[in-house]
Design a protein around this ligand. Sequence first.
Ligand code: DLL
Length: 436
Amino acid sequence: MKDLTPSRESLNPIEIASRDEIAALQLQRLKWSLRHAYESVPHYKASFDAAGVHPDDLTELADLAKFPLTVKQDLRDNYPFGMFAVPREQVKRIHASSGTTGQPTVVGYTENDLQVWGEVVARSLRASGLRPGDILHNAYGYGLFTGGLGIHLGADALGLTTVPVSGGMTQRQVRLIEDFGAKGITVTPSYALSILDEYAAQGLDPRNSPLEVGIFGAEPWTNAMRKEIEDAFDMHAVDIYGLSEIMGPGVANECVETKDGLHIWEDHFYPEVINPETGEVLPDGEPGELVFTSLSKEAFPIIRYRTRDLTRLLPGTARSMRRMEKVTGRTDDMIILRGVNVFPTQIEEQLMTVQGLAPHFQIELTRPDRMDEMKILTEAAEGFSAHDARVHAAATLRSRIKDSVGISVKVEVADPGGVARSQGKAVRIVDNRPPA
Ligand code: DLL
């Protein structure tokens, strides 16, 4: 793999500013953001008043803990435009969640917000090893999802040549990567695996592809998966994080030279980690639920938003800005199996260690005799599909999960191609338990 470290001179100076400088900017912006939310969004006026706090009560960053948390339901209750802080005419762009699990949540951006979004995504792409003039194959979905258009904004800001291919039509993805000579690919890690399969189907060696870096996010993935993808493509794999409620992709990104967690672009997004049960703010280094406050957003300021993502905050390394560790999962994806908390990433980590199994999987939950059961549906790797190999690999996976996670599961190994493929975010959990 080539060294893709960006030069110091190419960085935005704030990325490597002193902590004092960053904190001073954060405090100034945080004061503005609280006031902006309080004065322009009835929900924040009501929630601050109910909690007995006023934007003037913030004199240092730690005072933010006095302010109420915001949850997804607050956004749903204000559907569609109730959380906007500017007249609707000033909103240049709308994005929305799919709403498959209820009312969609709607977010908006002013011209200036789009500019900031482009800047933070450009930073992310540069941290990943891309530089002006490079070709980027953008396979995140375009549309209401923030992935495709968010990356596109940043690619424009950085000066890349963007191929706006979006998700789907996997055969064509391979063809365009090869024909156009893409250096970078932006895609969910699970869809990257589908593209990898397609290389095999077309008889092409992915290690000979022009790709030098993949920028993967929108769903949790493990360091074990990083290794799998890096080896398969002979390219770097870095993590990009974000969520629509805060901005979209580009809230945080790994640096290609360190790959040690994601630097949060803290001059625009202020992170806290809380105990998900008590709401108490935890010191850096402690694992918990990530909470974000926007520092510069005009159309859709967001104060102490509970992301439900589990991680911890770590000091800066390649940049002065703090890092978040790779997300282990979402509080709502946590499975409690006979008293043991399990995340799909823990299953992924074990799966990657077993020879003969492909990296695709789904977790099926059932309740046959009033006891929850978990079945891992995975598939045989190409060339390992013989019956004995399958039985052996399934047994190995079962015992590794038992040893490392502490739960007994069933493992079903389908033929290659037998597990449903994603073209965006993978569906990891299929819950077939009867409703409680
Ligand atoms: O997924 C934005 C995005 C697009 C990020 C493309 C990165 C790349 P939403 O659809 O609102 O936005 O989903 C946000 O996805 O709260 C996490 O649970 C999950 N997520 C996003 N990035 C990561 C990541 C986009 N790198 C939700 N690791 C978040 C783990 C991630 N989970």
